[in-house]
Design a protein around this ligand. Structure first.
Ligand code: PMP
Length: 391
């Protein structure tokens, strides 16, 4: 099998076994309830992991709140911040986000009982936030509490936002910024302080498939929010017996996350090689089969593992997905969370693709251990699949 859907859930053969072993061992050793008075060893272990994870993003340990994953963290950040504001005697509460965010953001802000006024900032054809529009929206609401929620890297088109510029703008107008970093965490360097982030969501299973059901919300000291799940754990910010094994697994996994420029360059080279084959770049012009594909999202500021392609041929992404599946190649037509939907991707529509173009679009997202041979094989199979579909 060639797995080209790492954005849905990561596959990282090199470390997956290590994480499984670490978790299995921890299940035998730390099975007791971490809150029991005799479980100080487990509390210490969780604190060690918290420190490790905090250090990985340049945060303080008490700023990390463990959750069940990024969907919960996103809901928590938005609902929790609005609830905090509602406790004060103030006027309008504002949320600014973009139309290309993950469903867990869009559905959180669409909640009719949220109690906030929601505005959407425009994005350009690459998926970049329109800074002028953002400034206009911030200026208009300058005197009122405003939360801006922006994804660090888009899960469909891979575009990486300049969070430093965005957070500076948000702070200039007195707002606070939440960043959904689910696709970026563990894949590109993140330092919350340098980037000026107030809250940030992340998830374990985008690093290793074993880590489903574990994630965290980074909440900068001084930012006040209400809990989403009330209880005594996580300093009263998130009730529920801690997922000890997930926390230990996540802490282990980040020890193996290589976000050095060398590693990123290697991944980008593989990604760009894959793209060049699909775009029939010079050197391949005499190949009789022409893909003639269009890359969506930014070429330059792009996740090292993301390729989002609109095919020129008369095929649908869905037919390509099923045909490639028969050759053992796993791809996606967009976000896994929307993969059962037959409506065109809202992300692609927001960056200007027509419904018809969206339907001809697929996402290839590369695993850390993909090889050039895998890419050559996959591209050949894509060619064959297109010929089958077209006949
Ligand atoms: N945000 C983004 C950008 C994502 O890609 C995902 C996962 N598809 C999520 C949030 C939700 O993450 P989780 O599966 O951990 O709830």
């Amino acid at each position: 099998m060639i797995y080209l859907d790492a954005a849905a859930t990561a596959e990282y053969k090199k470390i997956d076994d290590i994480i499984v072993d670490t978790i299995t061992e921890s299940m035998k050793k730390y099975w007791r309830n971490p809150s029991s008075l005799y479980s100080s060893d487990i509390k210490e272990e969780i604190d060690r992991c918290r420190k490790n994870i905090a250090a990985f993003i340049g945060a303080n340990p008490e700023e990390i709140i463990f959750t069940s994953g990024a969907s919960e963290s996103n809901n928590f950040a938005i609902r929790g911040w609005v609830d905090q504001q509602l406790m004060k005697d103030i006027g309008m509460i504002n949320i600014i986000t973009t139309p290309i965010e993950h469903k867990s953001i869009l559905e959180s802000v669409n909640n009719p009982s949220l109690g906030a006024c929601v505005r959407y900032c425009d994005v350009d054809r690459f998926g970049f936030v329109d800074y002028n529009h953002l400034e206009k929206l911030l200026w208009f609401r300058e005197k009122e509490p405003t939360l801006v929620s922006i994804g660090m890297a888009n899960n469909e088109i891979g575009t990486i936002q300049d969070i430093k510029i965005i957070s500076k703008l948000v702070h200039e107008y007195g707002g606070i910024i939440h960043v959904d970093a689910t696709q970026a965490f563990g894949h590109i360097p993140i330092n919350v302080e340098e980037l000026g982030i107030d809250m940030m969501s992340a998830s374990g299973h985008k690093i290793s498939p074993v880590l489903k059901g574990i994630g965290f919300l980074y909440k900068k000291n001084g930012i006040n929010i209400q809990p989403l799940i009330r209880g005594s754990q996580e300093n009263g910010f998130r009730g529920g017996t801690e997922n000890t094994f997930g926390i230990i697994g996540l802490s282990k996994a980040i020890e193996y996350c290589d976000v050095s420029s060398d590693k990123i360059e290697q991944m980008c080279k593989k990604r760009d090689y894959f793209i060049s084959l699909l775009q029939d770049k010079p050197g391949r012009l005499f190949n009789r089969f022409k893909f003639n594909c269009r890359l969506n999202g930014s070429q330059e500021h792009r996740l090292p593992n993301n390729i989002n392609i609109t095919f020129n041929q008369n095929i649908t992404g869905e037919s390509l997905l099923y045909t490639l599946d028969m050759s053992g190649i796993k791809i996606s037509t967009g976000s896994a969370c929307n993969s059962h939907s037959i409506v065109p991707s809202y992300v692609l529509k927001a960056i200007g693709l027509t419904d018809e173009e969206s339907m001809r679009t697929v996402r290839f997202s590369l695993s850390n251990d993909i090889t050039y041979d895998d890419i050559n094989f996959a591209v050949n199979e894509i060619k064959k699949a297109i010929k089958i579909i077209e006949t």
